[in-house]
Design a protein around this ligand. Structure first.
Ligand SMILES: C[S@@+](CC[C@H](N)C(=O)[O-])C[C@H]1O[C@@H](n2cnc3c(N)ncnc32)[C@H](O)[C@@H]1O
Length: 191
C-alpha cells in the first residue's frame, strides 16, 4: 500500500461538521439531479460522508460502500442510521478491483480518493465497468490550488486531467461543476 493512503486514525476529520461549509453532500446531490437511482456505488467511502446522506436521499436505493481499508468500513458500519441498515452494503475492495457485477450502477461516486490512487485511469475504468448504460461517474477531489486544508499540492490533479481520464474511459457528456470551494467536481455519462 502506498504511504499516500488515508490514515484511519484520522477518521474523525471526515465527520467534522465544518466540512459541510465547503463540501456539502446535499449540494452535490442537487447538482447531480438524479431521478431516484436504484444502485449507487461509493468507492473510497471512508466513514460514509457521501454514502449515508445519499442513501437517505433515496427511499429504496441500495448503496454499495466500497473501501480498501477494513478499519474504515468498520467505522462506517457503526454510523449507518436505522433507515439505511438494509440498504448500505459495505464492500472491501482491492486497489483497483471492485467485487461487484458489471453494468449495475446508476451512479458511481469517488470523493477525496483520486489523490490517494496510484493508477487513476485504472480505478476510473473499473468504475465505468460498474455503470449501466446512461449511468453517471462522479469524481470529487481537492483542486490544484492552495487551500487552508487538504492534501499537499503535489498530490492533487486538475479537473481537466480528470476530464481527460473520463474521455479515455469512453464517457460522454463530461461536465465540471464549479460549486465547491476547494474541490473539483467532474461528472460523465456512460454511453
Ligand atoms: C480521504 S478518505 C475519503 C472518504 C470519503 N469519500 C469522504 O469524502 O469522506 C479516502 C478513502 O479512500 C480509501 N481508499 C484509498 N484507496 C482506495 C482504493 N483504491 N479503493 C477503495 N478505497 C480506497 C481510504 O481507505 C479512505 O477511506
Amino acid at each position: 500500500m502506498s504511504n499516500s493512503k488515508f490514515d484511519p486514525k484520522e477518521a474523525h476529520k471526515l465527520t467534522d461538521p465544518r466540512r459541510l461549509e465547503y463540501e456539502s453532500p446535499e449540494l452535490v446531490w442537487e447538482t447531480l439531479n438524479l431521478a431516484s437511482p436504484g444502485v449507487i456505488v461509493d468507492i473510497g467511502a471512508g466513514t460514509g460522508y457521501y454514502t449515508i446522506p445519499f442513501c437517505e436521499k433515496t427511499t429504496e436505493g441500495l448503496v454499495y460502500a466500497c473501501d480498501s481499508s477494513p478499519e474504515m468500513l468498520e467505522k462506517l458500519n457503526e454510523r449507518i442510521p436505522s433507515s439505511c441498515t438494509e440498504r448500505i452494503i459495505t464492500v472491501k475492495n482491492e486497489e483497483k478491483s471492485i467485487p461487484l457485477d458489471s453494468g449495475t450502477a446508476d451512479l458511481v461516486i469517488m470523493a477525496n480518493l483520486h489523490h490517494e490512487v496510484e493508477d487513476q485511469q485504472g480505478i476510473i475504468d473499473e468504475s465505468v465497468r460498474l455503470l449501466n448504460s446512461g449511468g453517471l461517474l462522479t469524481v470529487i477531489d481537492w483542486g490544484p490550488k492552495e487551500s487552508p486544508i487538504g492534501p499537499p499540492l503535489h498530490m492533487r490533479v486538475s479537473g481537466d486531467v480528470i476530464a481527460g481520464q473520463f474521455r479515455a474511459a469512453g464517457l460522454i457528456e463530461i461536465q465540471q461543476h464549479e460549486v465547491l470551494k476547494y474541490h473539483t467536481f467532474t461528472v460523465g455519462r456512460k454511453l
